[in-house]
Design a protein around this ligand. Structure first.
Ligand code: GDP
Length: 462
């Protein structure tokens, strides 16, 4: 049946002009952002031919014709290193792409044939897709905007577990000697700020995620800048009014001024100039890695994610809505590296992710922001197999470790809810890191990248 003329005209208008979507990818470091974006670009570029994208209707129906790279509009943002990433994956032996450490961008133009063709509609339509990748650590800084230096110092000492404390012990022993009222010594403050940043980096290496300020871990272009030379003063004993009346040259006032500068000149501009302009967002989470690393890290990831997700809390009274009026209208949350477990466990991975993010997901649904949780492997490094174990057919994974050893493993069962203490006592979960597989076609092998792409942009390809 023919559509009414007015609808035809509005379709023509929609499709006649180039439509544009700004899609952002984030996650804490090691979550798999670089791998995801490399695979996303690769799948879209090869959508018409080699890419396996059956869960994306536009591709399944043969309407998605492919994607071309265009020059990006933001000249101040580095370009996402797609070619070096692909070169690493094509190396012998294949290597994982070098992770990005700040914000980067890549612009694609997608060509597709609209599903409904009418009298006036063009045969081919275009969607300009601006892809952004930025560290999730930067989002941990949003809560910092709610604080002044005094309340930030107090918030920092709240959850120092025993293991974390050891990682900061050198810095702590020095900083405890400081008198906040004493005259600030630049060199001493710089050395202490460096020791604090080293503590954060050690904690990151040890698998902790709830670490602030985010730029201390991933400074991007701010590496070595004085704006990063501050740290919290733990266990402040004097009342706030007394501390705030100290002279500008005191240690307290100097650190407080740098803290304010960091809020105003680093945290706010990221939200104002970038975050506020994203249309859609995917947050990647390495749930399986945290499960592998044990209870303290798992609990820490959960805390970090709660903080990170505050950046998507669009409730009317949220800090974010009040200051920046963001416009993200759709969100995906994905557990990455699903190829680390056998396919029968994938359902549990999603349930565990939902349990881990239960509170933020409830808030998002309440605020009516469409959100989907899924599990995926951006670049698949294992093959699913079945083996005979004690007379029973059992699922297993075949892959090559980073050291080059071929292995056949059963990594364990993934709990479908937050693990109880007995899960950790039984050491129920263990897997090695795998090397990527050799790339033998143009398109990378993946798990459910097509489902993620469909959720994020599928509605624009109709
Ligand atoms: P980023 O720091 O968030 O950019 O994380 P990367 O994309 O660099 O990924 C970190 C590491 O996770 C990689 O070096 C890989 O070892 C691993 N990884 C990422 N994606 C996958 C995946 O889909 N499958 C597997 N098996 N490993 C992955």
């Amino acid at each position: 049946m023919r559509q009414p003329l007015s609808r035809e005209l509005s379709n023509l208008f929609e499709r006649g002009r180039d439509r544009q979507l700004r899609l952002a990818v984030t996650g804490l470091s090691q979550a798999g952002k670089t791998a995801f974006l490399t695979s996303l670009v690769n799948q879209l570029r090869h959508a018409g031919v080699e890419a396996q994208l059956d869960l994306l209707p536009a591709a399944r129906e043969g309407r998605l014709l492919g994607a071309q790279r265009l020059n990006q509009p933001d000249l101040g943002v580095p370009r996402f290193p797609y070619d070096p990433g692909m070169a690493a994956l094509r190396d012998t032996p294949p290597r994982w792409p070098e992770p990005t450490r700040g914000i980067s961008e890549l612009r694609l133009q997608l060509r597709y044939r609209p599903a409904r063709q009418g009298w006036f509609t063009t045969d081919i339509a275009h969607l300009t897709l601006d892809l952004f990748d930025y560290p999730g650590e930067w989002l941990l800084d949003l809560p910092l905007l709610q604080h002044d230096f005094y309340s930030w110092c107090q918030a920092q000492s709240l959850h120092e577990g025993p293991h974390r404390k050891i990682l900061f012990s050198e810095w702590l022993s020095e900083v405890e000697q400081l008198d906040p009222a004493a005259e600030a010594d630049e060199a001493k403050l710089a050395a202490l700020a460096d020791a604090y940043a080293q503590g954060l980096r050690r904690a990151k290496k040890a698998g902790f995620s709830d670490l602030q300020p985010g730029r201390f871990l991933l400074p991007g272009e701010l590496e070595g800048a004085p704006v990063l030379q501050f740290f919290p003063l733990p266990e402040l004993s004097a009342p706030k009014e007394v501390l705030e009346a100290l002279p500008n040259t005191s240690i307290y006032a100097t650190l407080a001024a740098r803290f304010r500068y960091y809020q105003q000149q680093v945290v706010r501009p990221f939200y104002r100039d970038h975050f506020r302009r994203f249309d859609r967002q995917i947050v990647l989470v390495d749930v399986l890695g945290a499960l592998n690393a044990g209870p303290e890290r798992f609990e820490d990831l959960s805390r970090a994610l709660r903080q990170l997700m505050q950046s998507f809390d669009y409730g009317k009274r949220s800090l974010l809505t009040r200051i920046f009026a963001p416009k993200i209208d759709r969100l995906a949350i994905a557990a990455t590296k699903a190829d680390h477990v056998t396919p029968d466990q994938h359902g549990n991975v999603v349930q565990l992710l939902e349990a881990l993010l239960a509170e933020p997901l409830k808030d998002l649904r309440f605020a009516d922001i469409p959100v989907k949780a899924l599990s995926l492997a951006a670049i698949r490094a294992t093959d699913a197999r079945e083996v005979l174990h004690e007379g029973k057919r059992t699922p297993a994974l075949k892959g090559t470790t980073l050291e080059g050893e071929d292995v056949l493993v059963y990594p364990g069962d993934v709990p479908n809810r937050l693990p109880k203490p007995d899960f950790w006592q039984q050491q129920g979960f263990d897997f090695p890191s795998f090397r990527p597989m050799s790339v033998d076609s143009e398109a990378l092998s993946h798990i459910r990248m097509d489902a993620a792409i469909d959720w994020l942009i599928g509605d624009k390809l109709i």
